[in-house]
Design a protein around this ligand. Structure first.
Ligand SMILES: Nc1ncnc2c1ncn2[C@@H]1O[C@H](COP(=O)(O)OP(=O)(O)O)[C@@H](O)[C@H]1O
Ligand SMILES: O=C(O)[C@H](O)[C@@H](O)[C@H](O)[C@H](O)COP(=O)(O)O
Length: 203
């Protein structure tokens, strides 16, 4: 295993963002593993009323999302306070949502998983056992305000395989963290895939 350790002044706080089906849960967990950080899926932070609403095919409103975004901010703040850092999968569709997260947890780096409607639709069609219906994709795309160049973050194309996206994301994150020193109070171990992990991801 090729391992690289680096000291940072603060624990990394990363939000993996984008519309439903872009790969936040899948890639968020893998990015967290690669950066040796805890992973939290913001799907689990929604109140049951939000989940019921989405499951019934109704898009959330700002008023539905604000309390949820506050919980996301709290989880990130906890990651900062404990020194553990955090990777959170959270759609964070609008700039105002990202600004609210940043107000709560300054220093967050956003990783926007960006893809075409065709790719997103295919990924959602292939997913089972999730409360979010694929029919909400249009509303998600209409709500999305893409990560702008003046926001703290990186944009990653989701069309390739999970393994390729992961390598791209981690490379961009490492570069940004090295540039901005946004990260980790303790040593953060950034490791490459083992051969077994590569095989599993590419199968
Ligand atoms: N690069 C990829 N190639 C193929 N399938 C993918 C890729 N990324 C994610 N998936 C699949 O697409 C679906 C949506 O991914 P998921 O992580 O649940 O997205 P999100 O959390 O953003 O809604 C899942 O079934 C997942 O396994
Ligand atoms: O703001 C929203 O409308 C929701 O939070 C949505 O964007 C989010 O993505 C859901 O939690 C669905 O879950 P998946 O993104 O995992 O499909």
């Amino acid at each position: 295993m090729n391992t690289m350790a680096r000291s940072y002044p603060e624990a990394p706080l990363i939000v993996v963002m984008g519309v439903s089906g872009c790969g936040k849960s899948t890639l968020g967990a893998l990015i967290a593993d690669r950066l040796a950080l805890p992973f939290i899926d913001a799907d689990s932070l929604h109140p049951t009323s939000n989940v019921a609403k989405m499951a019934a095919g109704t898009p959330l409103t700002d008023d539905d999302r604000w309390p949820w975004l506050a919980r996301v901010g709290q989880v990130l703040t906890d990651g900062r306070r404990t020194g553990a850092g955090a990777v959170v999968a959270c759609s964070a569709l609008k700039r105002s949502y990202r600004e609210a997260i940043l107000a709560e947890a300054p220093g967050v780096l956003f990783v926007h998983l960006n893809g075409t409607k065709e790719v997103l639709s295919a990924r959602l069609q292939g997913r089972s056992g999730h409360f979010m219906p694929s029919g909400l994709l249009d509303s998600q795309l209409a709500t999305l305000e893409e990560l702008a160049a003046d926001e703290p973050g990186v944009v990653v194309d989701i069309s390739p395989s999970v393994a390729v996206i992961l390598t791209d994301a981690v490379t961009r994150i490492r570069a940004r963290l090295a540039d901005t020193q946004v990260v980790a109070s303790a040593d953060v171990v950034l490791r490459d895939f083992t051969a077994a992990e590569q095989t599993a991801l590419c199968s």
